[in-house]
Design a protein around this ligand. Structure first.
Ligand code: HEC
Ligand code: HEC
Length: 244
């Protein structure tokens, strides 16, 4: 609920009406007063999604022109069977459905591949959703999309991204990974790693390997892998099929 503006008398009603009309106008992600706040909250999403001009599908689909369209309807993104089923079943992205999805993704779309535990604060969700609304129908006036992950962010040599990966060798190595990472990403707490762009995958594993991302099990796993093996695994998982 929006707090009611505190005005009295006729001037107050006119002011309230003005505020109500103002609230209905589409807000631009770039210009609204809450833009900085929305953008700060979007940091939770940024390692998987892009939004803004030139945004591309990364680990997750780009989030431009989200409002009013069915779930799983952005062309050329490989959605999970679960998300496609939700879209076919009538799930359309609106402020209300996004609020529920961001609070607890798996409650709205069971077995989604989106490995995100949820955003607890209702005010945070409302501000993030309002900010995202600015990227629907924004056309070319949008601020440029930011990258999901860069070597600089993890203090890694950009050369690690240029190492060619052999997907067949990757498929052979992947047996060690799929004991924990299920192909559909449905196991609570263990993220889905199927369908990731190569560069995001390589950077995540290199970050564990070099202690720039901390997680004991993954640091152990990645620490034993050579740069060539990491490239091979990335090449395999980018194109690997989802398994139910
Ligand atoms: C760890 C990576 C990751 C994070 C973090 C993440 N997402 Fe996602 N997101 C995904 C993936 C993967 C999908 C596709 C899910 C599927 O197909 O089941 C997705 C799907 C979505 C969709 C559905 C889009 C469509 O085209 O139907 C929305 C909306 C969304 N994410 C919003 C967000 C927002 C907002 C945040 C931040 C609060 C966020 N996501 C955080 C990976 C992520
Ligand atoms: C013992 C179980 C286990 C094994 C085996 C394992 N992982 Fe992981 N992996 C995890 C867990 C748990 C996380 C989440 C860690 C975190 O929160 O940073 C993770 C995270 C990841 C991530 C980052 C996911 C994200 O959403 O950011 C990637 C990429 C990854 N693993 C790849 C691999 C690969 C490739 C292998 C095989 C060589 C592998 N893992 C083997 C448990 C495992």
């Amino acid at each position: 609920m929006r707090p009611r503006p505190r005005f009295g008398g006729r001037a107050g009603r006119a002011a309230s009406l003005f505020l109500a009309l103002f609230a209905l106008l589409p807000v631009s992600g770039a210009e609204s007063a809450d833009a900085e706040r929305g953008k700060a909250l979007y940091r939770d999403c940024k390692r998987c999604h892009q939004v803004g001009s030139g945004a591309e599908h990364r680990i997750g689909p780009h989030l431009n022109d989200l409002f009013g369209r069915a779930a799983a309807s952005s062309p050329d993104y490989r959605y999970s069977p679960a998300m496609r089923e939700a879209g076919d079943g009538g799930l359309v992205w609106t402020a209300a459905t996004l609020d529920a999805f961001l609070a607890d993704p798996r409650a709205v779309v069971p077995h989604t591949r989106m490995s995100f535990a949820g955003m607890a604060g209702p005010d945070d969700r409302a501000e993030l959703v309002a900010w995202l609304r600015g990227f629907t129908g924004g056309g070319s006036g949008l601020p440029p999309a930011e990258p999901t992950a860069t070597p600089e962010e993890f203090g890694l040599d950009p050369g690690v991204l240029a190492i060619p990966g052999d997907p067949e060798y990757g498929a052979y190595l992947a047996g060690e990974c799929t004991t924990c990472h299920r192909a559909d990403g449905a196991v609570e707490g263990i993220p889905s790693i199927v369908g990731w762009p190569v560069s995001d995958f390589v950077l995540a594993l290199q970050a564990y390997k070099h202690g720039k991302r901390v997680h004991p099990a993954m640091q152990l796993v990645a620490g034993r892998l050579s740069d060539e093996e990491i490239a091979a695994l990335a090449a395999h998982f980018e194109v690997a099929e989802f398994e139910p």
